[in-house]
Design a binder for this molecule. Sequence first.
Ligand SMILES: [Zn+2]
Length: 165
Amino acid sequence: MSKRYNLSLIKSNFCYTFTEIAKLFHLDISSPQRWYKQGLKVLDEHQRPYLVLGTDLISFLKKQKAQRKITLSEGEFMCTHCRKARRSKNDEILIVMSNVEFSAGNRKADIVGVCETGGSRLRLFSSERKIKEMLNKGQILLPQGERLIWSATKPVNAWFRRIEL
Ligand SMILES: [Zn+2]
């Protein structure tokens, strides 16, 4: 069952640590940590402990609530413009790698697409590990003869690839 959060407890101009967020909603620390992996914005990814601005926490939880009503099938994104599950145009996706590591060898990575019905940007928060799994299962296909190269030096790497799920 999904939990309801009393958003009026959050001060929009206040900065919260994950511990403070957990305390605020009587949750385990793993909840804000999971939200972070799902896209909760932190002020500075290179600074510990992570700090979350109240207004970002509010918009994340509101978005979560809206998304819960929509079930995504494989290969679909939640389009914030259409407010519906959409596929990316021509099923093409872009993988945006970040240099932020969730754990050793598992960097934060986003799957980005373009809404099939318009030009809206679609985004799915993911990780290096999950994307590698999808590649292994053939859920992300690379054009013939090409290789996905994981660069450790560049913060952002982008490829346009066909996704077939
Ligand atoms: Zn759309």
